[in-house]
Design a binder for this molecule. Sequence first.
Ligand code: HEM
Length: 505
Amino acid sequence: IRRYRAGRYLRKIRGPPSPSRLMGHTELRRGQFEVGALDKQYMQEYGTAWRLKTCLSEDVLELCDPKALQYIYQKSGYNFAKPATSRQLIREVTGSGILYAMGQDHARIRKIMNPAFASTQIRSFVPLFRNSAQKLGQKWKDLLQTSPDASQRINVMPWMSRCTLDIIGEVGFDVQCGALDDALNPVLQAYKGMFTDTIPVPTEFVKYIPTKEHIRFRRTLNIINNFARELIAQRTAAALAGKNENKKDILSILVRANASEDPKSRLSDEEMISQVATFLLAGHETTALTMNWMLYEISRHPEYQAKMRDEVKALRARVAARGDSDFSLSDLESMTHVQAAMKEVLRLHPIVYAQSREATRDDVIPLATPAKTTTGELVDEIPIPKGTTCSISIWGYNRLPQIWGADADEFNPGRWTEQDKLGQSYVGVTSNLMTFVAGAQSCIGWRFSMIEMQVILVELLEQFEFAVPEDKPEIYRFAAGLVAPFVKSDMRAGPQMPIQVSLIQ
Ligand code: HEM
């Protein structure tokens, strides 16, 4: 019935012909070699809304229209829910925590987590971000000093992953992961690279089939949850003995916030335990992969890289002149060129590139750009019945020419310093970007992550120069759960990001 109703409503919306009656566009999309390639093609042909088919010819409405996204994420509260299959995957990887919860349950968990992500807390995390960033810098220095010209082709991917794992361990749970020291905590060893090592394809049907991904998910989640139980028991005992008052890690803040909540709205044991797996999933590879794309872009734009480095050096001199040893949060926030590059990388490389949302009631989706129907009529809203799946192209929105201009596909950080030239639409949690999505279930860690990336970047820019390696490897955006970089001529090697790194003498 759902399929029939969705079809009746959506039949007039144009879309590419379905390559298979059984699988619709599912296989085509899953098999697309490079993330965004199909979205680009569909955007050129159909604008900001089009119709696709999924299994058994069910119609799906795919969107990158600003008004539609504002409506779905920001204006409709919880009326567009994560589909059951996505929630099932989330539960397998993180347990029943914030990423899995819906409606009132979600709002309750989010309220308890919010204080740990406030600006004041993030200010106190800056020195901890710097510890790991400096350690990474030292490791690269040691490595480069072994080469005669102090320059090497480095696969930066595992380094970024180790650096952000150490950060989330220390800032998230006050645990030394030892990833940059090659002494990885055995519990976290189980987690490392889980998403980029496996290309998960779980659905309701394969829930009980022991695929490689499922076995890995289940085993890892068990290990992480046992570790989480121990950590939480320690923090709770310390809180009861009045000993965790000064602890600044996110878990300790959560234990305190939970204890001071009304008992009816407190996090259950299961919800609390899932926080650890949630932070590992949401706060580690996301940031690491974005940092890879950052080094990718600045290695291809040496002039802009030099501009950023000059900005950092000039501010370093001012900081030293005022007698401080390092950049404060406000110093970091005042770095216009560095911040512009970060926003541009987040825009061009949203590592969560698409998302699905299911209408929980009959609804009408408004459009900023009218869609042409199969009969040539222009419509500025699309009625959809309850149960319709909306597929959101985050990649598409972040590159929409109507908002970002004709050079939407180009790396042009200058656009951020000419704000008046940016199309107005205000979707997302920051800077009109959909990278952290928007609304009630948007990324709680966006500010954390942007400051963390900036601290790492600033540390590296002062000491190293980044360039494209001599063999000019062709890099692909591959959908490995998140968008991971692969070298075209060496796909079997798995995700990698080779960059020529040179020590600044
Ligand atoms: C560049 C880095 C990051 C990106 C692109 C990113 C992106 C996202 C996206 C797209 C979501 C929505 C997921 C969904 O709807 O299922 C999300 C949720 C979330 N993120 Fe991030 N994230 C990043 C970094 C972080 C960091 C560093 C943390 C924590 C330290 C974090 C914590 C979370 C949490 C807890 C949620 C769930 C929020 C909720 O459901 O209310 N993220 N993130």
